[in-house]
Design a protein around this ligand. Sequence first.
Ligand code: C2E
Ligand code: MG
Ligand code: MG
Ligand code: MG
Length: 286
Amino acid sequence: RVKDKGGKNYGMYTPDMTVRLEELMELEQAMRRALHNQEFQLYYQPQVSLRDNKLIGVEALIRWHRPAQGMVSPGDFIPLAEETGLIIPLGEWVLRQACIQACRWKQAGHPAFRVAVNISPLQFRQQALAEQVLTLLQEYELEPSWLELEITESVIMQDTAAALTTLNRLKQHQVHVSLDDFGTGYSSLSYLKHFKVDMIKVDQAFVKDVSQDQDDATIISAIIAMAGKLGMKVIAEGVETQHQYDFLREEGCDYIQGYLIGRPMPAEQFDAWLEQWQAACPNIPV
Ligand code: C2E
Ligand code: MG
Ligand code: MG
Ligand code: MG
């Protein structure tokens, strides 16, 4: 974008940049304090099977309650956390918190369902990540079936060898890895051959217009067919309507996640949701 405007301004100092830099530095400081002051919280969004409507997992999504500003969405601070490296301690906090919650669910007697944690590229490239995950599982006495890591295509593209090592180490220990926002990156499909992830998450952009846009419908069908042949599961994100639900079920999509089923919510609220869901949602005959 910068280049399109002539390219001459690139790298040049402007007053605008001072303002932006100051804002960014302030936000970074605020994030550091927030981690210390426990202003972060994990919300959990249900994922269910299209075969029998049963809960198969939840995605952990971070929330930041800023005392003065109210709720800040992750889109507004995760990118900066990634840029500044703060994502490392923040990501560690998220992983531990997810394990603590999984441990609570386990102790409450739930059969295992996966708690999916978003792992940023910088975090996934840390050599210690796999060991860190395995140590956490031990610490909270969790089977690997309680955890899933979500990575994006960019992780694979940036440092393929390191990413592959981490992936294989996790695989060895049955920790599932899913590919988030599938179809929106710039990667080529050939990496799926080497990167045998357990699940593909079809980006909500494709799901959104599936009722009106034949191309999006075609792309989703193709992803489902391809994933099936590669032995990977498919989950569709951002499912909001019955029409989208029917389409995805018809096409043989494995799982769905979206407002139609449930919004991201705090753990206590999720517990109430799950109770209602299990009571009100008898199995659909296959
Ligand atoms: P994501 O991993 O693709 O998460 C899905 C996003 O879609 C979430 O936004 C979720 O609230 C939203 N969503 C779910 N169902 C629906 C739906 O039916 N309709 C619509 N319109 N949206 C839906 P959220 O929570 O704002 O998170 C945004 C992104 O921030 C996430 O995208 C993820 O990339 C990142 N993120 C969130 N939590 C973490 C975290 O703990 N660590 C890292 N590294 N990134 C995170
Ligand atoms: Mg995700
Ligand atoms: Mg996603
Ligand atoms: Mg996303």
